[in-house]
Write a new protein. Structure first.
Length: 79
């Protein structure tokens, strides 16, 4: 199965959750969860999975674990 990479700029600890599509492979996402104990990253993966209508286990955080700029992998056949 092929994977497609998407770029995400995340804002943790926001007042409300918001997913903004910048381009087909680039997003700006605000999450309510703080950037502690991987909570913001987990919520980010959930939101991307919801956006593409896939299971959260199919979304992988490739890089940016401790950075606001992240790269995620999603199955290519779903995009």
């Amino acid at each position: 199965m092929q994977s497609m990479y998407i770029k995400v700029k995340i804002t943790p600890g926001a007042k409300k959750e918001l997913v903004t599509v910048v381009s087909p492979t680039s997003y700006k996402i605000s999450v309510k969860e703080p950037a502690e104990q991987n909570r913001a990253n987990r919520r980010l993966v959930e939101l991307i999975a919801e956006h593409y209508g896939i299971d959260a286990k199919q979304v992988k955080l490739i890089s940016g674990h401790h950075s606001p700029s992240k790269i995620l992998s999603v199955p290519d056949d779903l995009v």
